[in-house]
Design a protein around this ligand. Sequence first.
Ligand code: PEP
Ligand code: MG
Length: 560
Amino acid sequence: MITIQGKGVSTGVALGPLYFYKRADNTVPRYEAADTDAEWARFKAAQEKAVEELGELAEKARAEAGDEAAMLFETHQMMAEDLDYEEAIEAAIKEEKANAEAAVSDTAAQFAEMFASMDDAYMQARAADVKDVSGRILNILLGVVAGGIDSDVPVVLAADDLAPSETVQLDKSKILGFVTEGGSGSSHTAILARTMGIPAIIGLGDQVKKEYEGREVIIDGGTGKIVVDADVETKAILLKKQTEQKKMREMLEQLKGKPSESIDGQKVRVYCNIGNPEDVDNVLANDGEGVGLFRSEFLYLSCDDYPTEDYQFEAYKKALQNMGGREVVIRTLDIGADKQIAYFNMPEEENPALGNRALRICLNRPEIFYTQLRALYRASVYGKLGIMFPMVTSVWEVREAKKMCERVKKDLDAEGIPYSDEVELGIMIETPAAAIMSDRLAKEVDFFSCGTNDLTQYTLACDRQNSDLGRFFNPHHPAILRLLKIAADNAHKNGIWIGICGELGADLELTEAFLSIGIDELSVSPRSVLPLRKKIREINVPLVKDKILAQLLGDETPHV
Ligand code: PEP
Ligand code: MG
């Protein structure tokens, strides 16, 4: 039996075989083809498989999001079989004796360059398509496992760390839990694990060895402990804990339908964070009262090219409809920093967290913003929609974003397309500048939602992705709590509501503080709804308020 200690970032006990994430190795091998006919046959087989896969994706997209979504994959199918493209690859293999991988990679680069240099914007956009199709054929040639998991049974997934673009591609039905070498509690892998309600342990360094692959492991996301080949006694203890946790959850079920209200009658709305419309099932199963954060960038991350207006419209509409009139706050695209998307072709940055991300990209590339806002407003007639902008630092940014909303509404009016007049517009408070300027910003919007993951990162100058910074990344730091109080006071002075949608919202050690400063909404992972409601119902705000407010102004305590 081997015991390993890491940092638990999503509670629960899971048992299953350990499986290492199979990352795509994108290095293209280059060698002289000894048998060019055999090499050509390899390419033809890979091409055929790619066309087949694209056909399946088109059918799936058609069923989930309509004809326009399917068209993208059908275009890719045609591109994979395009005669000029095929002839260029054939020439590389048969005349230059290139191996199939090198031939595909070089042809893709040539064609992408040719498309990119054309004047027509439509043709320029084909550069991304040809890269994408070629990437698919290359993956088949290289034997890369789609979705990173090639197992018939669910597994405990081990990885160094996972990028958001990788996590969205995972086959979630195959994952019992996550264990990662690096990572941090506020990284998107940890957030995903909490949204899925499965245990996760991070910061394991090199303790989880490759030779453990396939062996049975038990992980306890509460304590951060991993046991490989547990002895009978240890296994019994951990499985008993798993049963107790299940019982505890069953007890919490009694709180479904009950108000999230403190003993003295202060109401807090307990909402959920989601990454795609399918997560709504989980929200409803846990009695979430609304959606406080729909991370729309996860739609972009799971696509191979810019999602069209119709594709997005269907996704937003589905979330709104399935929430049956309960509020859904959708955050506009928040990419950049750790959430990189290849087809955006963003230049590399020295400090991506301080770079061109989130609202900055939307304001710099208005065509992307316009498409998303049109999809959002069109969907607004299907429920109660809130739109919020991430990474705000200045009043002018909000004004510019609002202007774009007005332009969208005007265009929809001109086209006779309906939208709701009751869409609330809000901003995330996730930079110190936004919190400090919240008196001004509150006059511009209908609500604030505090992104404490980034607010902690930017206030403490501490990278949220860096597992080595552990105790320095302290979301309990009084600087954060003071900023939240400033924003809450300014929100209320201006008659708007304020929520918290960062991971701190679910931190039960701070629920008293949040109620004391008057937070109106806490948006958490679906599994945290009922424990949070239980906590809220046990608090008597007038009894704790003075002590808590005094503490907010007090010294910081080291984070453990
Ligand atoms: C945050 O920063 O707290 C937040 C909710 O957004 P994200 O974690 O997606 O950056
Ligand atoms: Mg953020």
